[in-house]
Design a protein. Structure first.
Length: 400
């Protein structure tokens, strides 16, 4: 976030970007890819534009589609130099127009090249922490397509699809290649129920949501009902669980564990399987904690608490004061006040941090390092091929 400077800085002499209105065309080169996977192209007058559907090193003619502060957005008119690693996207719904599906923005690029870019991105993000030595090569997904065990469809009662990348409108899809076989069938079955007045959005809403999952059929899909979180790629989740197991087996199982953002207990089960005696698993989503508690896993206490609001401050304080191992798997926001947590956890010597957002991960790693934790391992993993998403598994240790 930009902060207002205390004193006004002297104005830099910059050329006026008078012609920079939507519709203006310019030539340029893709110098970088942003964390959301778009090309970064500098306009000859200096302003930076984000362009979907291009790759590093490509050159072409771009058209301004919008301006925001010092940034801009543009689309490709034509490419004069294309990456040799481009491929024909195997999905008819892929694209960057207002009615194309925005789900797989990198589908036009060779999978190995996607992985190479993700690896480089992690390396660059870790550089300021002086921690690149801890980095291992990324684990590719065994399935490039057909891997998604769950997804959220949108409907306006007449159409069914996903959100378009460029317009934020509904993009209708007849099929989806990243869904696994069961979910593709569910999509077909749900499409057979169109038009469907029960799926019409309320006033002031653009669409309704239909969560599909490979453990339910079309008949069990509910409208606007959020299902407990589940890692979206089963094979890669299995790998994450095995990685966590290998790490926790190196620690005495009598160590009390605090697990934050535990969901329904995906990693809690691993701790139980490794015979940990005392685990406090925290999540804000009531149904997830109820699901976890219903399984009566030995040594596990479920705590439903919103960590943004410090709902259960006394209970958390007690857990922090005894925990030796902290396992956390937060949403994209990370754990902003991790420093406060570490300050209140005098016996903590190991942190296992699983992250879906490198920017907040690096912020939190920095805070942990300021509390004398050392980053020992970073294992990136590709949960969502065809997208810029990167999952990172990390271990930090503190000597007490
Ligand atoms: C990335 S998921 C991880 C879930 C689980 N570890 C798994 O592998 O299935 C993040 C979890 O954080 C929970 N969560 C989100 N915001 C939260 C908050 N403010 N306080 C506590 N839990 C939160 C969500 O309900 C979700 O279960």
């Amino acid at each position: 976030m930009f902060k207002r400077p205390l004193r006004a800085r002297p104005k830099r002499a910059s050329k006026p970007d008078t012609g920079l209105q939507p519709g203006h065309r310019f030539e340029g080169e893709v110098r970088d890819l942003s964390s959301d996977g778009q090309g970064v192209v500098a306009h000859p007058e200096g302003r930076v534009f984000f362009v979907p559907g291009v790759w590093l090193g490509e050159r072409g003619l771009f058209e301004v589609t919008g301006l925001k502060g010092r940034m801009g957005f543009a689309r490709v008119i034509s490419l004069s130099e294309k990456s040799v690693l481009r491929r024909a996207p195997p999905c008819p719904h892929h694209g960057f127009t207002s009615d194309s599906c925005g789900g797989c923005p990198w589908l036009f690029m060779d999978y190995r090249e996607q992985l190479r870019n993700k690896e480089q991105h992690v390396q660059r993000m870790l550089q300021p922490l002086n921690a690149t030595l801890a980095l291992s090569p990324i684990w590719a997904s065994p399935e490039e397509l057909g891997y998604r065990n769950r997804a959220q469809l949108k409907s306006d009662g007449k159409r069914l699809g996903f959100v378009a990348g460029s317009s934020r409108d509904l993009a209708e899809v007849s099929d989806c290649l990243v869904l696994n076989t069961k979910n593709r069938q569910t999509l077909t079955d749900l499409r057979a129920r169109l038009p469907n007045p029960a799926w019409k959005p309320g006033r002031s809403k653009q669409w309704t949501s239909l969560d599909i999952d490979d453990d339910i059929d079309a008949a069990q899909v509910s409208v606007n009902e959020r299902r407990p979180f589940r890692q979206g790629n089963s094979a890669q989740n299995q790998r994450m669980r095995e990685w966590v197991r290998a790490k926790v087996l190196q620690i005495p199982t009598s160590s009390p564990v605090l697990e934050l953002f535990a969901g329904s207990g995906n990693f809690t089960e691993v701790l139980v399987g490794a015979a940990y005696e005392s685990i406090c698993a925290v999540d804000s989503f009531g149904p997830a904690i109820e699901d976890l508690q219903a399984r009566s896993l030995p040594g596990v206490t479920g705590l439903c608490s919103n960590l943004d609001r410090d709902d259960s401050a006394a209970e958390l304080e007690a857990q922090l004061s005894r925990a030796k191992l902290l396992l956390l798997d937060p949403p994209r926001e990370g754990l902003k006040n991790i420093g406060d947590y570490l300050h209140r956890a005098p016996h903590l010597n190991t942190i296992i941090y699983i992250s879906c957002n490198l920017a907040t991960l690096c912020r939190d790693l920095q805070a942990a390092m300021e509390h004398k934790f050392e980053l020992q391992e970073v294992q990136p993993l590709d949960l969502f091929p065809q997208t810029p998403h990167i999952e990172a598994l990390t271990v930090l240790k503190r000597s007490i």
